[in-house]
Design a protein around this ligand. Structure first.
Ligand code: BGC
Length: 471
């Protein structure tokens, strides 16, 4: 017999519906990151373009994301979080359509830049909205859900690439349909747009704009108990007393500048692991490892996507138990060892002993585990914790832009590095960097597990070395 759902389970469904819809932004972010790897080979054939042009097609989205991140602080403040996310869903849809209809490589570059703006705006606004609307007790898992959606997006894009790349028959052509790969993303974009129409505005933003009653109504519609509403409202009011004066802090406060330095370096490090080299160019890497057929390369890429998604659960399970730093040490050691192994194997003659290619792929998968359990989620978590409240928006704008800028540089130089240095040395270089990063963590990165944001802020501003601000 069916029982009537209790108020609390109804309340959870509303909260999770909100979380899921907003996290669709993460899914789109992942889809757009993942889709390009499977499309590149066919785009190159269709437009007869060089590897350098392909690098531009990859990195145009990332430069668009830099621009999107820079403007999203202003947009989400002026328009509100909800309208900004609706706008980004619309640009996602238009950008996907434009990509699928591009008549030349230059048009595709322009379309990918447009799409990148949506990615940048979404990557700033969605986590902000999620952290502002979710009740405190589930705030962590909401942000983790967003991270997970990125990896699910990448994985789904790989499956869809496989489908349109090797099986769908149109006009007697089997596979190779890169326009459909890029165009199909219009559907999740429209889904996000439609879902967002039903979501409430962020209560914190409503309070910021002086619409206190509407802010409280949002919590009521979410069916939160009155005492929880009272404590959420008290927390918001307390936070709002702290004015966002990031630019003032930037000029006047060297301790704030230290936090900005740390946030930006952490994001550079995340990208210099080489994660996106693998995600954007996986089929090419499989080719180097000796997988000649397109379908073999695409299956390999799918396994990479699945590994990335599954290993994210390791971080979700342990980040609040073991702490951030032990997981980072473990993850970076695995990544360093794996990249050095891949580099060493690529320096050998893979054609003569194909088994070495399998070893290289195994090492790549281990690299994925190392990244997804550590740098993937934890760098974003750290960057949300280290800035003093008064400069948080500006700090996150800086660190997120650093992420996209380094992402663009890496995405835009990999094929040139392969051509100039060779595949072995390129991977050895990435492997060697991980050793330096472990040293950086030892010297400069704080452990923030279980420490309140207030104590981190107090320690930072009183001049404690960065490594100790989590004490
Ligand atoms: C990174 C992205 C990366 C993704 C892979 C994110 O944390 O910022 O650059 O593509 O993880 O899962």
């Amino acid at each position: 017999m069916q029982t009537t759902p209790s108020k609390s389970s109804k309340q959870n469904s509303i909260v999770y519906f909100i979380g899921f819809t907003a996290a669709l932004a993460g899914l789109l972010f992942g889809l757009d990151i993942g889709v390009i790897s499977g499309a590149l080979e066919f785009i190159q054939k269709d437009f007869s373009v060089s590897d350098q042009t392909l690098e531009w097609i990859v990195s145009a989205l990332l430069w668009g994301a830099v621009f999107g991140t820079l403007v999203s602080g202003i947009l989400s403040k002026q328009l509100g979080r909800k309208k900004t996310m609706l706008l980004s869903a619309l640009i996602f849809a238009l950008g996907s359509l434009y990509c699928s209809m591009s008549r030349s490589a230059n048009e595709l570059i322009a379309a990918r830049f447009l799409l990148g703006i949506a990615v940048g705006v979404a990557s700033f606004t969605a986590p902000l909205y999620l952290s502002e609307i979710s009740p405190q007790r589930i705030r962590g898992s909401m942000i983790a859900m967003y991270q997970l959606m990125i990896t699910i997006g990448i994985m789904l894009a790989y499956f869809s690439n496989m489908f349109f790349g090797t099986t769908v028959i149109i006009n007697q052509q089997i596979g190779g349909h890169w326009r459909l790969m890029l165009g199909v993303i219009i559907f999740p974009a429209l889904l996000m747009f439609a879902g967002m129409l039903f979501l409430p505005e962020s209560p914190r933003w409503l309070f910021l704009r002086g619409f206190q009653k509407r802010g409280v109504d949002v919590f009521r519609k979410m069916l939160l108990p009155e005492e929880e509403i009272t404590s959420e409202v008290a927390e918001i009011k307390k936070n709002l007393l702290q004015k966002q004066n990031g630019f003032h802090l930037l000029l006047k406060n060297s301790h704030f500048r230290r936090a900005i330095f740390l946030g930006m370096i952490l994001q550079f490090i995340q990208q210099l692991t080489g994660i996106n080299v693998i995600l954007y160019y996986a089929p090419r890497i499989f080719k180097i490892a000796g997988f000649a057929s397109t379908s073999g390369q695409m299956w390999g890429t799918i396994v990479i996507g699945i590994t990335n998604m599954l290993a994210t659960f390791i971080a979700i399970a342990f980040v609040d138990k073991l702490g951030r730093k032990p997981i980072m040490y473990a993850g970076f050691t695995v990544m360093g060892a794996s990249m050095l192994t891949v580099g060493t194997l690529f320096n050998m003659n893979l054609e003569q002993s194909p088994v070495l290619g399998y070893y290289a792929i195994t090492a790549l998968l281990l690299f994925m585990v190392g990244f997804a359990m550590s740098a993937g989620p934890i760098i974003w978590i750290l960057c949300s914790e280290i800035f003093p409240l008064g400069g948080r928006d500006l700090g996150i704008t800086f660190s997120t832009s650093a992420n996209w800028i380094s992402n663009a540089i890496i995405g835009g130089t990999f094929l040139t590095m392969l051509a100039k240095l060779g595949s072995g040395p390129t991977f050895l270089l990435y492997g060697g960097l991980q050793v330096l990063f472990v040293l950086f963590f030892l010297l400069f990165v704080p452990e923030t597990k279980g420490v309140s944001l207030e104590s981190i802020e107090r320690n930072l501003l009183s001049g404690e070395p960065l490594r100790n601000i989590g004490r």
